[in-house]
Design a protein around this ligand. Structure first.
Ligand code: ATP
Ligand code: MN
Length: 476
């Protein structure tokens, strides 16, 4: 018999049909009821065993996480919670899971504990739900951009420029670490290395994506990104995935419109593709909120919040306006912010979250940041002080997107690079984009795990990527 996936069986299974299903046992109750899951859906299939006519040794092997193949007949379910179940006719154990050794119990484990079992945690409801939502969002990204006629572009993972990285990059080398070739001055001689120069893992594909935009018009990248930042936070990973659209002939307003449209599309797409997973995550979120102090609880449930964000316009204001709002705020006046608020500072997460969660109660897009806290490539405003940057700020997370209109003037870009000590020998090709057929253009970077965090309502970024990479942590 051909195997049917549990998701399809639960959706279309007809009473009386004979089917084969394969999966892992979630639970086995009363020597009779198997809850079987194969990863295709959060919902388990109930398989009813005729224990009187089943070998006792076999019954003993029906333990949590054992892999089994079951032939059976679809019947209307007697119990509540599902409409159909199967009556087992034949059961084959594909792989035992010794209950004395298997580390996960059919009970709620802490997410911290599950992180140490990254090879088994997708067998839990919560993690499998997260991974399916993650998958839907990844698919949604490609779908969104393809429908809009954007070209998917692959930018290099190994990069020869560290212009953006500023000390946060992972060096890639195949030197013997104990004995690298040295120059006469005693420094490591990267001319002798594989690429004939020092190279790193990329912190962003933007600069190369601009090459795409300035020829193909509208492109996007979606790839892994590496940052050796020692920030052990619940929102930073050392290896994460980033989506970076880059568009010719877009100004900052066009850029903001695209970012907002994309996020709303992704939220709607996830809700359409993963209703059962999100319902489960909504309940998990509600449970978790109960454990929090009153003032840290979210006003809205997870699904309510997704719906709210997808249906309401984001608030747009300038950095300068935001500083004024912060200075008028209660926490500022009462000295509750840990970090100072002054024009020119880089906003801290506490400031961003105040704006989003307390002041506007919706996503906020801040624009026109001071040039000294932003990158060299952002388009300079006429005031000489600010650049056409935009950050999209989200409840519970803070920054989810960072982007800008790019400086298209060769002279202004060159001057800024010199002021900021960005080596032009390395970025000669980037400068040449401004020399030959330059045009206004814009783009942004969306941290993929941050949108997964938002949509799943999970609290820690390490729980929304299968194998998190963080300082002192690269098991698996
Ligand atoms: P943050 O202030 O949160 O560190 P950033 O200003 O360094 O962000 P950008 O360089 O603008 O971020 O990168 C674009 C997006 O990539 C961010 O908006 C965020 O969503 C995501 N991002 C940045 N750093 C990380 C990280 N270490 N782990 C996961 N996502 C990240
Ligand atoms: Mn950062």
């Amino acid at each position: 018999m051909k195997r049917i996936k549990i998701k399809d069986l639960l959706a279309h299974g007809e009473v009386g049909a004979k089917v084969t299903v394969k999966g892992w046992i979630r639970t086995f109750r009363s020597n009779r009821f198997i809850a079987l899951n194969d990863g295709s859906t959060i919902n388990n299939l109930q398989a009813v065993v005729d224990f009187e006519n089943t070998d006792e040794d076999l019954l003993k092997r029906l333990t949590t996480s054992a892999a089994v193949a079951i032939d059976g007949e679809v019947v209307e379910s007697q119990g509540k919670g599902q409409s159909i179940e199967i009556v087992v006719e034949k059961i084959e154990i594909l792989g035992d899971a010794d209950p004395d050794e298997y580390p996960l119990q059919p009970k709620r484990h802490s997410l911290e504990f599950l992180r140490e079992k990254a090879h088994l945690r997708p067998r839990t409801q919560v993690m499998s739900a997260v991974y399916r939502v993650r998958n839907a969002l990844a698919y949604g990204i490609h779908k969104f951009f393809n429908e809009k006629g954007f070209l998917y572009m692959h930018t290099p993972i190994i990069t020869g420029s560290d212009a953006e990285g500023a000390g946060e990059m992972f060096r890639v080398t195949n030197f013997d670490p104990l004995n690298p070739p040295k120059t006469e001055d005693g420094e490591v001689d990267y001319k002798e290395d594989f690429f004939g120069k020092a190279v790193n893992l990329s912190v962003s594909g933007q600069l190369e994506a601009e090459v795409g935009a300035m020829s193909m018009g509208e492109v996007y990248t979606f790839g892994p990104t590496f940052r050796a930042e020692n920030s052990n936070t619940s929102r930073h990973l050392a290896e994460f995935w980033m989506i970076e659209p880059e568009m010719a002939f877009y100004d900052l307003d066009d850029n903001m419109d695209l970012a907002e449209e994309m996020i709303k599309y992704l939220i709607d797409f996830a809700m359409e593709q993963c209703p059962d997973d999100l319902k489960f995550l909504d309940q998990r979120y509600a449970q978790e909120q109960k454990g929090k102090p009153q003032n840290e609880r979210s006003d809205l449930g997870l699904l309510e919040r997704l719906d709210f964000v997808s249906k309401n316009d984001f608030e747009r204001l300038t950095y300068t306006e935001a500083i004024e709002v912060l200075k008028r705020s209660k926490p500022f006046k009462k000295g509750k912010f840990k970090y100072p608020v002054d024009w020119g500072i880089d906003l801290q997460s506490e400031h961003e979250r105040y704006l989003v969660e307390k002041e506007y109660k919706k996503p906020v897009i801040l624009t026109d940041y001071p040039k000294d806290i932003k990158s060299f490539y952002m388009k300079q405003n006429d005031d000489g002080k600010t650049v056409r940057a935009m950050d999209v700020l989200f409840p519970g997370i803070g920054e989810i997107i960072g982007g800008s209109q790019r400086e298209e003037s060769y002279d202004k870009l060159l001057t800024r690079m010199n002021e900021m000590g960005v080596p032009q020998e390395e970025l000669w090709w980037y400068l040449e984009l401004r020399k030959f057929g330059t045009a206004p253009h814009s783009g942004f970077g969306l941290g993929f795990e941050r949108i997964v965090l938002f949509v799943t309502g999970m609290g820690n970024i390490r729980d929304v990527i299968p194998f998190p990479r963080a300082p002192k942590s690269a098991e698996f």
